[in-house]
Ligand binder design. Structure first.
Ligand SMILES: *Cc1c(COP(=O)(O)O)cnc(C)c1O
Length: 393
């Protein structure tokens, strides 16, 4: 990664730095490859909800996938139109459902009978008809960390097929709801495309089930989940969107006029973000040394939460390689970014980059230990030159 260390050194650490060129290149490719097949892409806002990021994505005509009322508001603030917003989530509260109804969003992805009943009631009070897709639990496995797999019956997400007859008879009584789609999402950070093939085949079966009951919905939504290369962010900065979309073209059977929707999050923004931190102290450990940096799980919790891997680089040193446990300052043993990480000899004041942190990084920040939130900067082609603006600035 070509970062100008002198410029980076001027900013108070830790901070998030977003490379807007990487983001734009990624979005352009998604646009080109999805358009080929006439697919709709809704960016999953929960991956990164910063306004400049959302605005960059909005420019390309995508919609959003929201999982809270505030994400709907943030999408609207960034310029997305309500008719491209889908609203998912296993526990939408009344206030959030009302935000969706008031803004006439494209679709509620509903996950249970009791939720359908509440949407119906709230829509009735507003004399509106809510467009709903059923989030179906396809019961297919995804080879990813079990905390981010969502497509198995044991997960809390979605409606199971054994319940579907009941759902349909309930829907018949809910006059303020229109069933417009079927929705699926099997998990996140999926790098084996075969998992998506498994989803396609399962969706085909499920469509047959509905077809046998004279139901053909207008929209099929296959969620998100495409993974990124955390090991080699420079070698593979952009996921293989061509192969991804083509797989659905090849294996998913759409009925005439049926529209296909995607909800990509991580694959859109993951590689454009870097968390920059400074080494506070280097101290001796048993087997390796500790490099204690000024960012912690408060800025990036993925490693502690999902045993995720983020590539760590020392931007200041080019000396001989040594091994370090790179740890944060938070009072938790799990506040560790990497064990026995090979880095050039590291000293106090060196800048450390945690790569591929654009997705589920800054959004998951907390103020644990009463720490301040990190700033975010955005650059175009020249990192942190005159173009950068603080978050919200
Ligand atoms: C989180 C989520 C997504 C996005 O997942 P990524 O792995 O970031 O692509 C899409 N749809 C739903 C319903 C989600 O919960």
């Amino acid at each position: 990664m070509n970062l100008d260390i002198n410029i980076l050194n001027k900013y108070k650490t830790p901070f998030y730095w977003y490379n807007m060129e990487v983001l734009n290149t990624t979005i352009k490719l998604i646009k080109a490859e999805s358009e080929k097949h006439g697919y709709h892409v809704h960016y999953a806002v929960k991956a990164n909800a910063n306004i400049p990021i959302l605005k960059a994505i909005e420019k390309f005509g995508f919609g959003t996938d929201c999982v809270s009322g505030n994400e709907i508001k943030q999408s609207l603030e960034a310029g997305f139109t309500p008719d491209e917003i889908v609203f998912a989530g296993v526990g939408k509260n009344d206030e959030e459902i009302n935000i969706g109804l008031e803004n006439d969003i494209f679709c509620f992805n509903s996950e249970s009978i009791p939720e359908l009943e509440v949407i119906n009631e709230l829509a009735g009070k507003k004399r509106k008809k809510a467009s709903v897709a059923l989030r179906i639990n396809p019961n297919v496995a995804a080879s990813t960390h079990h905390y981010i797999a969502t497509g198995l019956e044991e997960n809390k997400f979605g409606i199971n097929m054994w319940e579907m007859e009941d759902v349909l008879s309930t829907l018949n009584t809910l006059t303020n709801i229109e069933l417009i789609g079927l929705h699926f999402h099997i998990g996140s950070q999926i790098t084996d495309l075969q998992d998506f093939k498994g989803l396609c085949l399962r969706v085909n079966e499920i469509q047959e089930w509905f077809y046998a009951r004279q139901i053909i919905v207008d929209h099929i939504n296959v969620g998100g989940g495409l993974g990124i290369n955390y090991d080699e962010p420079d070698k593979e900065a952009i996921p293989d969107f061509k192969a991804y979309f083509k797989l659905f073209k090849d294996f998913l059977k759409l009925r005439p006029k049926q529209q296909l929707h995607f909800e990509l999050g991580r694959a859109v923004v993951g590689q454009c973000g870097t968390l920059i931190s400074k080494v506070l102290y280097v101290k001796k450990g048993v087997k390796t040394k500790f490099a204690i940096v000024d960012a912690g799980m408060t800025e990036l919790i993925r490693i502690a939460l999902y045993q995720a891997y983020h590539k760590i680089e020392n931007l200041s040193s080019q000396k001989a390689i040594e091994k370090y446990d790179v740890v944060g300052p938070i009072c938790e043993s799990s506040d560790c970014f990497g064990k026995a990480v090979e880095l050039p000899e590291t000293k106090r004041g060196d800048l450390i980059a945690l790569r591929s942190t654009g997705a589920y990084g800054e959004v998951m920040s907390s103020r644990y230990n009463l720490r301040d939130f990190a700033e975010a900067y955005y650059s175009t082609s020249t990192p942190l030159s005159g173009h950068s603006t603080p978050l919200g600035g």
